[in-house]
Write a new protein. Structure first.
Length: 378
């Protein structure tokens, strides 16, 4: 009894009633730490295997910066942080003087830096960087002009540049230049596909090629060549549907470059018909695009297509004089765009700001008219 009382007065004895809870907390904490460590290891393995850092970049700090940038580009997108990491990595590479500014490794990082800059809204600096990168490897006809670089790498670099530079040039309204860029990139992508043996890589390259065809169609339409745009886009949509019918259910659930590509092409077709004044056909294609985006909610490509599709329905409503419906669609597009960080938010805001004053003026005119009628009656 005395020994029992003595033992209960020790620190361990006093904690005895709570030992079960303490053990449970320790067990849970250990599991959480193990899970975090497992996630960290898995993430690093994924980054190293999917976005490897060149062995020629030896400094440990630089490799960490490039891995961190890849995470902020792809896994947890944040262009501001990615830009800082990439810029700091380039500064260290230049300071070490192991790689020249024209080296393939550095040129790839510059394209990534330009991509981050464009997402931050710094479009002009991004465009200049990308045009410089393009000029180092190819002319406007797509002829490779630098024998210091491996041919396969040059074609890969052309595709990387086009995916960032193309939209910037299109947005600026230089459709002829955009058609040049996408035409050269399409040729390079097809050459890479023809020389590729790995089945998974070929599927990725074919999705990339399809994306360039879609961009060509979009720019033909913006230029006013609706026939070329329609032929390209409808042919591409047929190819995508044929491909989607062949894949298994498991493969169709996988998120990759094919995800929502059919929706994007249908929206492009909707815009082509809309530009020709064929509003019914345009609305039908837009609704088909919206239906396709709902298969993969939360996927950026699908969210982006959804925002643009809702906005396009607004423009169609505005064209046909349905101002109230247009305003509802614009506000819905703005809400979804803000939530998912997709779409051209500035353009949507301009459309809303254009309609709201018109509606206010219209209401004032109605009120004034009614007041005059009332005065006449009195």
């Amino acid at each position: 009894m005395i020994f029992g009382l003595a033992s209960n007065n020790t620190p361990r004895g006093k904690l005895q009633p709570y030992m079960g809870a303490i053990k449970l907390i320790s067990l849970v904490s250990g599991s959480v730490v193990a899970s975090i460590m497992g996630l960290y290891v898995a993430m690093n393995y994924y980054l190293d295997s999917t976005y490897p850092v060149s062995a020629l970049i030896e400094r440990k700090e630089t490799r960490k910066l490039l891995r961190g940038a890849a995470m902020r580009e792809h896994l947890v997108p944040n262009p501001q942080i990615a830009y800082v990491f990439l810029l700091r990595a380039l500064e260290q590479i230049y300071a070490d003087k192991q790689l020249s500014e024209d080296s393939a490794e550095v040129q790839e990082i510059v394209v990534r830096l330009a991509s981050a800059a464009s997402k931050m809204g710094e479009r002009e600096p991004a465009e200049r960087m990308l045009e410089d990168c393009w000029a180092k490897i190819a002319d406007n006809q797509g002829e490779l002009k630098n024998e210091e670089y491996e041919g396969v790498w040059q074609r890969q670099q052309i595709c990387r540049i086009a995916q960032v530079l193309g939209p910037l040039v299109t947005e600026k309204g230089d459709f002829d230049r955009a058609l040049q860029i996408y035409g050269v990139a399409l040729q390079a992508s097809r050459q890479l596909d023809n020389s590729q043996v790995d089945i998974k890589e070929r599927d990725r390259l074919r999705a990339q090629t399809a994306g360039f065809v879609a961009s060509l169609g979009e720019n033909f339409a913006l230029k006013g060549d609706f026939e070329s745009a329609s032929v390209l886009l409808q042919g591409l949509l047929a190819e995508i549907r044929d491909r989607n019918q062949l894949v298994t259910k498991e493969s169709s659930k996988k998120i990759d470059q094919w995800t929502c590509l059919d929706a994007v092409v249908m929206l492009d077709l909707a815009q082509v018909f809309g530009q020709q004044g064929k509003n019914e056909e345009s609305e039908a294609w837009t609704n088909s695009a919206l239906a396709a985006t709902t298969r993969h909610e939360g996927v950026r490509a699908c969210d982006n297509c959804y925002t643009h599709s809702i906005y396009h329905l607004g423009t169609l409503a505005e064209k046909t004089g349905k101002v109230d419906d247009a305003l509802i669609m614009y506000r819905k597009a703005l809400e979804h765009g803000r939530k998912t960080k997709t779409g051209n938010l500035e353009q949507i805001k301009l459309s809303i700001n254009k309609i709201e004053p018109e509606k206010t003026d219209q209401k004032k005119k109605i009120i004034n008219h009614n007041e005059k009628k009332l005065e006449y009656v009195l």
